[in-house]
Design a protein around this ligand. Sequence first.
Ligand SMILES: Nc1nc2c(ncn2[C@@H]2O[C@H](COP(=O)(O)OP(=O)(O)OP(=O)(O)O)[C@@H](O)[C@H]2O)c(=O)[nH]1
Ligand SMILES: [Mg+2]
Length: 465
Amino acid sequence: MANHPHHSNALLNVAVVGHTNTGKTSLIRTILRSTEFGVIEDAAGTTRHVEQATISADNEPILNVYDTPGLEDSRALHAHIKKLQAKSRLLLPAQVLEHFVTHVAVNDPLEQEAKVIRQVLRSDILLYIIDVREPFLEKYRLELDILTQAAKPIVPVFNFIAGHQQELALWRQNLAAYNMHATLEFDTVAFTFEAEKRLYQKMQTLAETYYTPLQKLIDYRAKLWNQLCLSGAKRIADLIVSVACYRENKMMKHHQIANSLTEDRLHDFVRKAEQRCLHDLLSLFNFLEKDVAIQNIPVSNGQWQLDIFAPGILKAYGLDLGSAAAKGAAAGAGIDLMVGGMSLGAASALGALAGAGWSTFKRYGDEIKATVQGTTWQCADENTLRVLYLRQKHLLKKLMHRGHAAQDALQVDQVDLEKLPDQWNKLISALRQNPTWQDSSVARNAHPQFRDIEAKLVDALLDER
Ligand SMILES: Nc1nc2c(ncn2[C@@H]2O[C@H](COP(=O)(O)OP(=O)(O)OP(=O)(O)O)[C@@H](O)[C@H]2O)c(=O)[nH]1
Ligand SMILES: [Mg+2]
């Protein structure tokens, strides 16, 4: 591809402008993947000066982004510019703006606005950030009027769109009336990689000489994003595998105390395994405590609010399966007793062989199995595994829709329920038959059956990305 000599010394300059408190600094933080940049506050006039940051792809600088103070007194600015224009009829509209920024006095009431206009004139593209919750007031029209005068491409970016579809539609209509059609939706809270990609694609069409470096950035970001999501899904698959493969040896005959100890150990194992997974996922996606709150993730102090064995958890994940839930049985209360490697069918045949009917087997089956094999095992029950999967899937979805921006938890939360993967029962029973897969090993990771199960779990976890 042709290497524009132009690019080695000049990066694309993008100015982020708009009315005060619309989320300009927030948007920049999100695209920088940094919570360090600038100051964010739910108040007007938070950003006081122009601040620059560079966005790179694989250490190659691609573009400069400029945060600007919010426009406050649009009416006064508009009146001032129009007055200058009237005095100097021969100047082009952009030259009038140049004149304004070079002649504005220190401590002029429009000094803040002058900083913004100065940066606008030095930039190649303007992102005009809109809080769609606000009606299309005159002040916004006046702002757009002045910004248009700079003769730079403007991309209106709709922010605060989560739960404000109607307002968004109105804004579209109003902007279309001002000949602005190429808009973007980029909610800094309910942020997705797709939205970010469209932002850079829009820049590509507006600044065609920067097409190649921008494509590099898009590809680079896509690669990182896919790797991140894949790592997250693999981490969850790992949790499911280790819990499904878990077995507690029960050497003793049925004994009330021994049983409850075994169950405690099992619960403890599942809780700790899920906790480690939560911790790993949050750090993988670089989620801080406040991000957790913003995304409405039911986690406090790095721990799930609802214990995996709490009554009510089945219902929370759409697994309210009649009788079990009605009896208030928690996931995990049920115990699976299995003869190692032997299917339940084989075990029941064994019961019949031992001369007992099915009903007797049901009552004494455990003992029969224990007698024959000398050992029984206790595994995590079906519902525990289901809840474990569904809860992590829900979490992963939240993590994949992150923003680095807002500080308040205003986001509208959809309580849509996740689905179990196809062939879930088959996958789980295959895992249960292979207790040695509980921990990662070269042999396990190379085993075709294991790889197939892992791939199916990962695919299902990422299905709606
Ligand atoms: N819910 C929600 N809040 C947001 C979003 N974007 C920004 N905010 C919040 O809006 C407030 C203003 O955000 P800032 O990024 O400081 O806005 P700004 O445009 O830089 O403000 P000034 O620098 O004062 O002009 C903060 O409280 C943010 O947390 C969003 O998409 N959704
Ligand atoms: Mg700001």
